[in-house]
Design a protein around this ligand. Structure first.
Ligand SMILES: [Zn+2]
Ligand SMILES: [Zn+2]
Length: 257
């Protein structure tokens, strides 16, 4: 039986995720920004928390860790070794690239994607990828602790995964990101179509996760840096300059090279 993945809304626009093994009622949580909604669902579903996985150290992804660890002392906290020192609690596992973690007997692989923070990781389990604040629906996270060339490397790595990979991101920014994508590449019909369907889904308060890598490759400009039409719109001729120009549209500032 594949694991069940349950997205939970935390704060205004954060997603936390529960991985649930329905054969033994064990659960793992990814990015519990706040403990309340996680504890509520664990109690409601009669689940036992075995793992706490953090894509990075920011408080909106890790703020619930201390309370969860007090309630579920057996749950192992895992975060990349370069982000671990930011946590208010000791972590059990300090991760590096290519480490494998286990949720029960199921392997979770780690991709180290430094830039949003030094120790940002994506977690991959079965065909699901949890991208935190590195890759969003139709967007890309801020380069708080890294450079354009690091993010370019991260984006190029993500593009090599199978197109069927399901992407679970850290924030619900789909509609605003598609508006920026439309601004960057007004003639891209895939972007315009996704913007329309996303506006309807968002108005109904639906969760817009997961997406697929296939859809992101068509509609996320950060995964189309080599696209000639996009480059023409942005008056660039290489991936680095295209990434810089997109960042300026999305965030109104110039990132460090
Ligand atoms: Zn963050
Ligand atoms: Zn965040």
């Amino acid at each position: 039986m594949p694991i069940e993945i349950l997205p939970l809304r935390v704060f205004k626009d954060n997603y936390a995720y529960l991985l649930i093994d329905n054969t033994n009622q064990h659960a793992a949580v990814i990015d519990p920004g706040s403990a309340g909604p996680i504890i509520h669902t664990l109690n409601d579903r009669n689940l036992n928390l075995s793992n706490i996985l953090l894509t990075h150290h920011h408080f909106d992804h890790s703020g619930g860790v201390k309370e969860l660890k007090q309630l579920y002392p057996q749950a192992e906290i895992a975060i990349h070794k370069e982000d671990a020192h930011h946590l208010p609690v000791a972590c059990d596992l300090q991760l590096s690239e290519n480490n494998t973690l286990y949720f029960g007997t199921r392997p979770i692989t780690i991709m180290h994607l430094p830039c949003h923070t030094r120790g940002h990781v994506a977690f991959q389990i079965e065909n699901a990828l949890f991208t935190g604040d590195t890759l969003f629906n139709a967007g890309c996270g801020k380069f708080f602790e890294g450079t354009t060339s690091e993010m370019l490397n991260n984006l190029q790595r993500l593009k090599t995964l199978p197109e069927t990979t399901k992407i679970y991101c850290g924030h619900e920014y789909t509609v605003e990101n598609l508006e920026y994508a439309h601004q960057a590449d007004p003639d891209n019909q895939n972007v315009n179509n996704r913007l329309k369907t996303s506006q309807i889904a968002a108005a109904e308060n639906s969760f817009l996760v997961p997406t697929t890598l296939k859809l992101e490759l068509r509609t996320n400009p950060f995964l189309q840096l080599d696209n000639k039409e996009l480059q023409q719109q942005l008056k660039t001729d290489n991936e680095t300059d295209t990434l810089t120009a997109l960042y300026q549209i999305y965030y109104g500032e110039t990132p460090s090279p």
